[in-house]
Design a binder for this molecule. Sequence first.
Ligand code: 5GP
Ligand code: MN
Length: 341
Amino acid sequence: MPAMKLSEQELIEINKRLAQPQEICIITHRNPDGDALGSSLGLKVFLEKFHHNVTVILPSEYPSTFKFMKDIDQCVVFDLQRERTAEIIGRAEMIFCLDFNALDRIDKIAPFIEESNAKKVLIDHHLDPEPFVDYTFSEIEASSTSELIYKFIDDLGEVNKLDRIIGELLFVGIITDTGSFKYNTRAETYDIAARLKEVGVDDYDIQDKIFNNQKEKELRLLGHCLANRMEIIPEYRAGIIALTKQDFIDFDIQRGDTEGIVNFMLMIEGIEVAAFIREQPQIVKLSLRSKGDISVQEIARNHFNGGGHKNASGGAAYAKLEDIVNRFKTILPKYVEKRNL
Ligand code: 5GP
Ligand code: MN
């Protein structure tokens, strides 16, 4: 599906609504990452400049790495405050859905969104957005939803309202979704990063806060993954790391503390597809990454009830860990050409 820009008419309508103080709710996806949080909080701080009453709703808790972000402690977490979430969505006049393309990414919140009469705006960079909103701003070429929030602010004619705080929040989203400008970038990404630096963003400080704050146990878990849990399948250019429930207990690791481990396999010469598979209390979750033409989005969609981007996707299944590992190995030949060793 091509990019879906907001038309002149739609921007006029949105601007008109935003001319009066509104009850606004911003929702992003489960297990929020830096981009989900950066785009949501950046938009919140921007909208508050116009005296709107804005609440950010997260389906589940955020990783502690991001606790330095402005107003993150004011987010309402659905898993912890279900009634309050329903109440906030119930009274919203506008709902912004950020960094997800399908209602199943917000699972049990979805019915509240569907029932709401609020005007709904989707801003996102995932493939094939579902038509559950009134206005869609979707560009899959964008590095991040945070990049699109900058463009949205610009399209509204309000780029002069950008300040260091908003800039830092959006910068978090851009660097986390591009691995510090390593992938998913386009010329505009750098342009926008330059604009953010112009309004005072301390880029080094943000990079340092996000990427140099690992806990000792996380680094030890990474060591364990690479030394004891990694399997390389050279003929299919693939790497797999599978973690058991017991590993999570042994290393005192919470969900979310495993962010980034999947990428290490792509550092190996010749490896172009990587799967990080982990056993959770009810479900087995997968994080898939690839290089070049191999589409992990198709793999996630066709076999693991998931989706995402061509080179970074995820999914989940109700099955045994070893069955999921075997399923991944079995389907690999359909997506990766065998090479002679
Ligand atoms: P991660 O591996 O970092 O959790 O997710 C990578 C990308 O895959 C995310 O940008 C997200 O869009 C997508 N993704 C992860 N899990 C799921 C899932 O269960 N369903 C869908 N549709 N997409 C997912
Ligand atoms: Mn994103």
